[in-house]
Design a protein around this ligand. Sequence first.
Ligand SMILES: [Zn+2]
Length: 184
Amino acid sequence: MPLAAATTRAAGNVEVRPSSIEGLGLFARRDFRAGERIRCVNVVREVTPERPLRPEAGERWDHCDYPDGRVVLIGFPDRHLNHSCDPNAYVVYEAEQSWLTARRDIPAGAEITCDYHINITGGTAWPCHCGAPRCRGSLTGDFFRLPLAVQREYRPLLADWFVRRYAARLQGRALEADRQEAGS
Ligand SMILES: [Zn+2]
């Protein structure tokens, strides 16, 4: 079997194959329009003290998402979604489901990416190799440590639960960004 076929796994509208960003990535199998739902994120289960991650079964912390104070384990293929400092997609959270959604038009064959700083604070830092012209060079794991201009750009992408939990901090940052803009 050719290498490409051996390392590509299709899943509906998307496929998983080697990425220039890191390891395996999620790639579009067709064109998506800005605002279009790409797929429903595959949530395996909630991780709780009673049902912790099982490393022996390949369950990893970096495959988890943290909606509204909960920890959920993300399954194939969505766990392969890579970070970009200039993402073409984001996640829309609903009561029971979340949807990977195109932030701009995505052509078939392009890697689908999210910015890991949206809807998170207090995460861990590591170097970024996303390759975007505006790459920030590192991830902080914290929305509030993004440059203010980027925070403002991402504001419409934030989940309702994140806005609710951090309303005071978001309000403070909005004022700060306005002041910077007024002063420049
Ligand atoms: Zn980057």
